[in-house]
Design a protein. Structure first.
Length: 254
């Protein structure tokens, strides 16, 4: 969407506060021995307290309030009573929601407890790339140039990017124009970021794979060549200078 009135910015800020504080709380609440269903239920309670509704649930019938993916699962992991969190797990939580007609989206990958499997470098690379990408976005910048920046920075760290997962426009629904904000230079995409538009910028930084495939559950995505992936995401408003980061209070950069 494009922000044209103060009321729209206020609405986006309220929706973004709901998803950002829910993501932050879930990240802090996660602990070994807990099931992903317990973690999801905790997030559902917080979102409901804001009066927000789960975006993947109401948009696509997703079987959970939030997406929680573990280790080799890249994204869209289904919360389950049989998935138990363990020390050193690579966890990705993606929280998106609708509140009073406005939609916002954010995500965080992190290591649970001690980094016994050495995932922290991957996570820090993803975080730093998201920060750099967002701070290079303003009205008139080509979307493909930001994709090139993301992939270039990933390669510098010894990583790859996932090419079939992208950021996207957001605001009045979960996925809007621009539909694809890729993590690589898509030379066919001549679209530029527009001032006052709302977009969800997300990194998909991988150790081995560059594409994904869906597991038999119909939702969970893993790499076609295996490996691990870190994802970090903010919803922002594009300006003529530094973007407004609506979900900054999730503290994924802290």
């Amino acid at each position: 969407m494009s922000i044209t009135r103060e009321a729209e910015l206020i609405g986006m800020k309220k929706a973004s506060e709901a998803v950002a504080l829910t993501l932050k709380a879930m990240t802090n609440y996660a602990q070994p021995g807990m099931t992903t269903k317990q973690l999801d239920s905790y997030g559902a309670k917080i979102l409901s307290g804001f009066g927000a509704k789960s975006a993947p649930k109401i948009s696509y019938g997703f079987p959970g309030w939030t997406c929680i993916s573990l280790n080799q699962e890249f994204c869209h992991g289904i919360p389950s009573n049989s998935r138990i969190l363990k020390e050193g797990d690579l966890i990705n939580i993606d929280v998106s929601a609708e509140l009073e007609g406005f939609w916002s989206d954010n995500g965080n990958s992190f290591v649970l407890g001690e980094d016994i499997h050495q995932h922290q470098k991957l996570i820090e690379t993803s975080r730093q790339i998201l920060y750099k990408a967002i701070n290079n976005i303003k009205g008139g910048v080509r979307i493909s140039d930001i994709g090139h920046l993301i992939e270039t920075e990933a390669k510098k760290g010894g990583y790859k990017v996932i090419k079939d997962l992208t950021g996207h426009g957001i605001g009045r629904s979960l996925h809007e124009e621009p539909r694809e904000i890729a993590n690589y230079r898509d030379r066919s995409n001549l679209t530029r970021f527009k001032k006052n538009s709302v977009v969800a910028i997300e990194t998909f930084i991988s150790t081995i794979s560059t594409y994904t495939e869906t597991l038999n559950d119909g939702w969970t995505l893993v790499g076609t060549k295996g490996g691990f992936m870190a994802q970090h995401e903010h919803t922002i408003v594009v300006t003529d200078s530094t973007p407004i980061i609506l979900t900054e209070m999730n503290e994924i950069w802290n």
